[in-house]
Design a protein around this ligand. Structure first.
Ligand SMILES: NC(=O)c1ccc[n+]([C@@H]2O[C@H](COP(=O)([O-])OP(=O)(O)OC[C@H]3O[C@@H](n4cnc5c(N)ncnc54)[C@H](OP(=O)(O)O)[C@@H]3O)[C@@H](O)[C@H]2O)c1
Length: 321
């Protein structure tokens, strides 16, 4: 089958190790199921994998991709929950120290077929296309957990840093649809305008002083915006961090501000299956839909991953086998 896979790791030139070519069709072991992929969304995770972050050379070749929507062998339209628990784990899925995401230990979704544990399938809402549904398992699930589980209640003022990313566009959409006051930052004026169209109530340049301090900051940019995130919070506010695209070592850790203003710094990673089901319901109930930058054939995966690595994307890139 056709697949986009990491054949080599290259920290400086991630595209150098990417191959789009034939891989053996997967055969599900006991308890796992086969899904015919109809659409697979890209994430920054795919760029990190090609750079060797979270993917060891001993795992190669590894098909990339965390997200898929498709059809199981009984003909059901499904989403794939990407968090794979270790054998025997029964607690909260994202707290399993040996959990992995598809494409870390098990082959990923940028392929014509993927196998997952049977419990990782979630029914696809009928009102969403396969392309839209493929955007939910990583970006929307992560944004939902950051905001609705780890952030604060509706009515809170929330600042979303770096609007162009898949998680950030999802966060703005969910926050606007569910009653938060949404502020957002971007380096680019055009992206700031698009954030307003998505439902942001106000937009700012990175580092710009806000009219007032906020209850919650959603951070996925990392080093470039960390200091602004900390200084933008009200005393007792919550900084939820799920990523560090610009690096994970900010020049100022802002320790004094964090303890003096009694800020809560909350790490957040993906979400569990029930939370993914909740995301599907949220989209059905609100009519919210993912922002899709482009849909391209799986054969053109390299151009999509290159655009993501270059920061040229607004919303999600979706591949169709
Ligand atoms: N923990 C988890 O479960 C989880 C899940 C999903 C993603 N993540 C992580 O979260 C991060 C975001 O991923 P993503 O796929 O949504 O988007 P992304 O492609 O990494 O883009 C994030 C946004 O960050 C901003 N940005 C990037 N570099 C910047 C810089 N130097 N200065 C200021 N802003 C900068 C850009 O916004 P503007 O261009 O608008 O300024 C960009 O659109 C990634 O690092 C990813 O690995 C983690």
């Amino acid at each position: 089958m056709l697949a986009a896979y990491a054949a080599e790791i290259n920290p400086d030139d991630p595209l150098a190790g990417l191959v789009v070519g034939e891989r053996p069709a997967p055969e599900p072991p006991e308890g796992w199921v086969l899904v015919d992929v109809r659409a697979a969304a890209l994430n920054h995770h795919d760029v990190w994998s090609l750079r060797g972050v979270g993917l060891g050379g001993d795992k190669l070749p590894m098909i990339l991709g965390c997200d898929a929507a498709g059809v199981d062998q009984d003909g059901n339209e499904v989403l794939v929950h990407s968090v794979i628990s270790s054998p025997g784990w029964t607690g909260e899925q994202t707290l399993d120290p040996r959990r992995s995401l598809l494409s870390e230990r098990h082959q990923g979704t940028l392929a014509e077929q993927v196998i997952v544990p049977a419990g990782n399938l979630v029914p696809k809402p009928a009102g969403l296309s396969f392309e839209e549904a493929a955007c939910l398992p990583t970006a929307f699930l992560t944004a939902y957990k950051m905001l609705c589980v780890n952030g604060g209640p509706p009515g809170s003022t929330v600042l979303v840093q770096g609007v162009g990313g898949g998680v950030a566009t999802a966060a703005i959409g969910i926050a606007a649809a569910t009653g938060y006051r949404v502020w957002a930052t971007s380096r680019d004026e055009g992206r700031r305008q698009r954030a307003l169209e998505l439902g942001a109530d106000a937009v700012f340049a990175p580092g710009e002083r806000l009219p007032e301090r906020v209850d919650v900051v959603l951070e996925t940019v990392g080093a470039a915006t960390w200091s602004h995130s900390v200084s933008s919070l009200k005393p007792g506010g919550t900084l939820v961090i799920a990523g560090a695209t610009s690096g994970d070592a900010p020049s100022k850790a802002e320790l004094t501000r964090i303890f003096f203003h009694q800020l809560r710094v909350q790490g957040s990673t993906m979400g569990n299956r029930e939370q993914l089901v909740a995301v599907t319901r949220l989209l059905e109930q609100t009519g919210l839909r993912p922002v899709i930058d482009r849909v391209i054939p799986l054969a053109d995966a390299a151009s999509g991953i290159a655009a993501l690595a270059a920061g040229e994307v607004f919303g999600k890139v979706v591949l169709t086998p």
